[in-house]
Write a protein of this length. Structure first.
Length: 142
């Protein structure tokens, strides 16, 4: 049994390494499984899902359900980032890119909802929609 646990730990580490190497990208379990298949690693889709769910439970990976995407997306948690409510995820309605960044002004918005409306917003589960910086610039200015 020690051999199986060791193998699963190696697979889990491979998933973490991939997500860390693609920091800022949002990938699906299917994309991860396809990557491992292309590189000759025997990490099946079920195993990828199982490890991703464990990593989400351990707060090492974030899971997002984003409109227009069939599968959940995953990204590595930036352990160096502040765990405050300054984080923002936005999906560009023009190009589909997903942008993750911090904005200290958001803490005021979240505080307002908490104080005035008694609503607690989980910023790690909130996705804003709009246009990214590339798509907001008029074509002539590019």
């Amino acid at each position: 049994m020690g051999r199986t646990a060791e193998y699963q730990t190696r697979q889990k580490q491979q998933i973490i390494d991939y997500l860390n190497d693609h920091r800022g990208d949002y990938v699906t379990a299917g994309e991860l499984a396809e990557h491992f298949h292309r590189t000759g690693e025997s990490v099946g889709l079920t195993t990828v899902y199982r490890h991703l769910e464990r990593l989400v439970a351990e707060n090492k990976v974030e899971k997002y359900h984003i409109d227009g995407m069939k599968s959940a997306c995953f990204c590595a948690v930036d352990e160096a980032a502040d765990e405050t409510q300054d984080n923002l995820t936005m999906k560009c309605q023009s190009c589909g890119d997903i942008v993750h960044f911090s904005c200290p002004d958001l803490s005021h918005l979240y505080a307002h909802f908490a104080e005035e409306h008694r609503i607690s917003i989980d910023p790690r589960k909130t996705v804003f929609y709009g246009k990214c910086d590339k798509c907001s610039v008029p074509q002539a200015a590019r």
